[in-house]
Design a protein around this ligand. Structure first.
Ligand code: SF4
Length: 348
């Protein structure tokens, strides 16, 4: 018995998981006897960071069809991977994905290291991904804490310290509960519990497999947990992009590797600044704009039609003419996709 935990926490949780596990394309169903594929588990975990299961499913299917093994991904063209990632956001993850695949092939003979420490030494793999891949792919008794698990444990153990300070307490509370027999299923069971029962709003405590010893159950303020840090006001930035069109094609550039949306195809344009840039010299009628939220700032990006050839647009030195009718295949990140859609709608 750990504290006021009643009986076998892991046993109750895993019993429920055996009946109710979500079917996910990267997951081996409990008790199916299947062997987890570390490549698929790693790929899914990287894609799922800051993104929902629903949003990831299509990307995962396309990636694994096109690059079925880590060696295939390692050999892929950078531009193809960046384009296939377009729309998933947090583009540094795509660059790290490639760097990691190449390190696995170059330094580990195409096999992922099977320990948390070995995984953490790979590019782009942080504490969370190392723990989850070690647990799910290799059955290591790692303490896996994602946002769903954080919520379940903060509620179950009634941890009222605000995040991110609460993270240490959550890990400490979770560590002794981890199943030594089925650590991978245990982690996935907690993820599922958070996603389907101990949800952000309206947790279904009455059908929760670990309700018997949940300290938060029945409290009117349950949705407050885990306690979030106070919200900081985000800065607002502005940018101007250029729509340069010629014979049914538009001029696209590749953003510099370092920085926001690094390495992605984009419309040419200037820096994003705190001040709204002047419009002089631009055809006012050609302007559309979108608002887009990044993690650390909000951006208003305007798009102005420009007649000048690309050489004079500054950022356009390295670019390409792209057929407007085939812009879906350009792999534009969501920000530029929204802008392009608005421009095309306006012109329709
Ligand atoms: S009893 Fe309710 S609050 Fe507690 S873990 Fe289960 S769903 Fe979450």
């Amino acid at each position: 018995m750990i504290g006021d935990i009643v009986g076998d926490f892991a046993g109750r949780l895993l019993g429920w998981y055996d009946r109710a596990a979500r079917v996910l394309p990267w997951r081996i169903a409990p008790n199916s006897g299947g062997e987890p594929d570390p490549y698929r588990i790693w790929l899914a975990e990287v894609m799922l960071q800051q993104t929902t299961v629903a949003a990831v499913a299509g990307y995962f299917a396309r990636f694994t069809e096109r690059w079925p093994t880590v060696a295939d991904l390692a050999a892929a063209d950078d531009a193809d991977v960046m384009a296939a990632w377009a729309g998933l956001g947090y583009y540094a993850r795509a660059r790290n994905l490639l760097a990691c695949a190449r390190a696995v092939v170059r330094d580990h003979g195409g096999r992922f290291p099977d320990s948390e420490a070995g995984l953490r030494a790979l590019p782009g793999i942080g504490d969370y991904t190392a723990a989850s891949v070690a647990a799910i792919a290799f059955g290591r008794g790692a303490v896996v804490v994602d946002a769903n698990i954080e919520r379940v444990i903060a509620r179950h153990r009634l941890i009222e310290t605000p995040l991110p300070m609460a993270k240490r307490e959550i890990r400490a509370a979770l560590a002794p509960l981890v199943s030594s027999d089925r650590p991978g299923d245990f982690a996935q069971a907690l993820m599922d519990l958070g996603a389907t029962i101990c949800t952000v709003r309206g947790p279904a405590c009455a059908i929760c497999p670990v309700m018997a010893d949940c300290r938060a159950r029945g409290r009117p303020d349950i949705e407050r947990l885990p306690v979030k840090p106070p919200k900081k006001a985000k800065p607002h930035r502005h940018g101007l992009a250029h729509w340069i069109e010629e014979r049914g094609r538009v001029w696209l550039v590749r953003r510099p590797d370092k920085g926001m949306l690094g390495g992605m195809r984009a419309l040419p344009g200037g820096e994003w600044t705190d001040e709204r840039p002047p419009e002089s010299g631009w055809a006012e009628s050609g302007i559309v704009s979108v608002d887009h939220g990044f993690t650390h700032f909000d951006l208003t990006l305007r798009l102005a039609r420009r007649e000048a050839p690309p050489e004079v647009s500054g950022a356009a030195a390295e670019g390409e003419w792209w057929p407007i009718s085939d812009l879906d295949a350009a792999g534009l990140p969501t920000l530029y996709r929204k802008l392009v859609d608005k421009m095309l709608e306006r012109d329709a």
